[in-house]
Design a protein around this ligand. Structure first.
Ligand code: UPG
Length: 473
């Protein structure tokens, strides 16, 4: 087999970088003639991404990182109006640099003995760069860091936009989206789709380009989202490759992690009975204000279960964001009151926690990586989505797949407060040993592992993808 190069352009966020890099590694493991170049963007809202990317790719001779030059960033007013339009604006500014680097790579490979570029693999936020591939004669593929439910939404949005041409509103009737078995309530759609200040426009612009990709690689597996994946195979959409779960199971060396605290947590977990601890963690950016933290704390206390809670101080201008330590948000005397039954912490290596036998349930913001990691270890989820497509993921897990316990599907942090009693109920429900969801998720863990083994559904899909990519060199 001859050598071939792939150029990856991931978005600069933890939830995007980790699975993208892991996927690049998977391709190289499967075909050692593949070389990967990753173009690295930097964003001030994720300052550690650079070091993070380097540590995830260390000792990978077939992966080369190229730092893209700094660009002038859009104004903070734009960020305040819509995170999505801010990210898209940053990505637009990077486009000329990406164009230059990719075209330099292509022209340096013109001799017959050099390694040809087989294609560009873009994060979904970077789909406007499909133009670069087109201009340079390279096929562009999307690597989707979320699941098939989100893909269904993105493939549906352009036709709705053509008919209606305006943002969603919370009072809209439920939406029929191909790929969903149930009508989808507007309240579980990504917040950006209601945003009149650029969020909706940014989403539509991204969604409109999905059909221009040569293929869409999705971090999901057929056994998890069979209905959705089957309905998207309609001959109209680009070819879809379910290749997941693509996971980094080694824990992430995040700069915010306090190693001595993690040692204490690990020792504490080792002392707890199997499946007795509920873990709460809300992704790389999820946080709550003081009043919500108080309700969660009370709910945990009233549930009587052991817990490990990874907390963050929220960004912004309010009282809570001025606190230095997330523990300061807890009600006074809370930690003393629970008498060693629970621990709170900052960044923890989530995969290591989920793998621990003491963990019996996971209250999650339903970021896609967290969902896949939890399923991999057979840990049932309680849904508390916060932003991005997390509400849609929560809806998919609870209503479409029956694979999670509902706490909230449509939580919006700017106004909603989930009450302690609701937290208590959901925690009790997920921790019950006879819970139906627990049994289903245990079975799913086996299916996830089979999917990525030789001959499994995702493994077969990766073989097909490599074959298809090689047709372009
Ligand atoms: N993580 C830790 N420790 C922590 C917090 C997070 O190891 O204390 C890891 C976690 O294991 C996971 C990643 O960080 O691998 C977080 O990814 P994810 O669960 O997907 O959440 P986000 O960081 O919020 O991810 C963004 C979006 C989310 C989307 C995802 C993939 O917010 O909605 O599904 O990207 O596109």
């Amino acid at each position: 087999m001859s050598k071939a190069e792939l150029i990856f352009v991931p978005a600069p966020g933890v939830g995007h970088i980790v699975s993208t890099i892991e996927f690049a590694k998977t391709l190289i493991l499967r075909d050692d003639q593949i070389q990967v170049t990753i173009l690295v963007m930097k964003l001030p809202i994720t300052p550690f991404i650079d070091a993070y990317t380097k540590s995830l790719t260390a000792s990978q001779p077939n992966i080369r990182l190229i730092d893209l030059p700094q660009v002038d960033l859009p104004s903070s007013e734009l960020l305040a109006k819509s995170v999505e339009s801010y990210i898209c604006a940053v990505i637009e500014s990077y486009k000329p640099h990406v164009h230059k680097i990719v075209s330099d790579i292509v022209s340096s490979r013109s001799s017959s003995d050099s390694v040809p570029v087989a294609g560009i693999i873009l994060d979904f936020f970077c789909v406007s760069m499909i133009n670069i591939g087109d201009e340079l004669g390279l096929p562009s593929f999307i690597f989707l860091t979320s699941g098939s439910a989100f893909l269904s939404l993105m493939l549906y949005l352009p036709s709705r936009h053509q008919q209606i041409g305006a943002e969603f509103t919370f009072s809209d009737s439920d939406v029929i989206i191909p790929g969903f078995a149930n009508p989808v309530p507007p309240r579980v759609l990504p917040g950006a789709l209601f945003n009149k200040h650029g969020g909706y426009a940014a989403y539509i612009t991204v969604a409109q380009r999905f059909k221009d990709a040569k293929g869409i690689i999705v971090n999901t597996f057929t056994e998890l989202e069979s209905h959705s994946l089957e309905s998207l195979h309609d001959g109209q959409n680009p070819k879809i490759y379910p290749v997941g779960p693509v996971l980094n199971l080694i824990g992430h060396p995040h700069p915010d992690m306090d190693h001595s605290q993690w040692d204490k947590i690990r020792n504490w977990l080792d002392e707890q009975p199997d499946s007795s601890v509920v873990f709460l963690c809300f992704g790389s950016g999820g946080s709550f204000g003081v009043s919500q933290v108080k309700e969660i704390a009370l709910g945990l206390e009233q549930s009587g279960y052991r817990f490990l809670w990874s907390m963050r101080v929220p960004p912004g201008e309010d009282e809570a964001s001025k606190l230095k330590n997330p523990e300061e948000m807890l009600p006074e005397g809370f930690l003393e009151g629970i008498e060693g039954r629970g621990m709170v912490c900052g960044w923890t290596p989530q995969v290591e926690v989920l793998a621990h036998e003491a963990i019996g349930g996971f209250v999650s913001h339903c970021g896609w990586n967290s969902i896949l990691e939890s399923f991999w270890y057979g840990v049932p989820i309680v849904t508390l989505p916060i932003y991005a497509e997390q509400q849609l993921n929560a809806f998919t897990l609870v209503k479409e797949l029956g694979l999670a316990v509902e706490l909230k599907l449509d939580y919006r942090s700017n106004g909603d407060v989930v009450k302690a009693e609701e937290v208590e109920r959901a925690v009790r429900c997920v921790m019950e040993s006879e819970n139906e969801v627990r049994k289903k998720v245990k079975d799913l863990a086996g299916m996830a592992r089979k999917a990525v083994m030789d001959g499994g559904s995702s493994s077969t899909s990766i073989t097909e993808l490599i074959k298809d990519l090689r047709k372009y060199v």
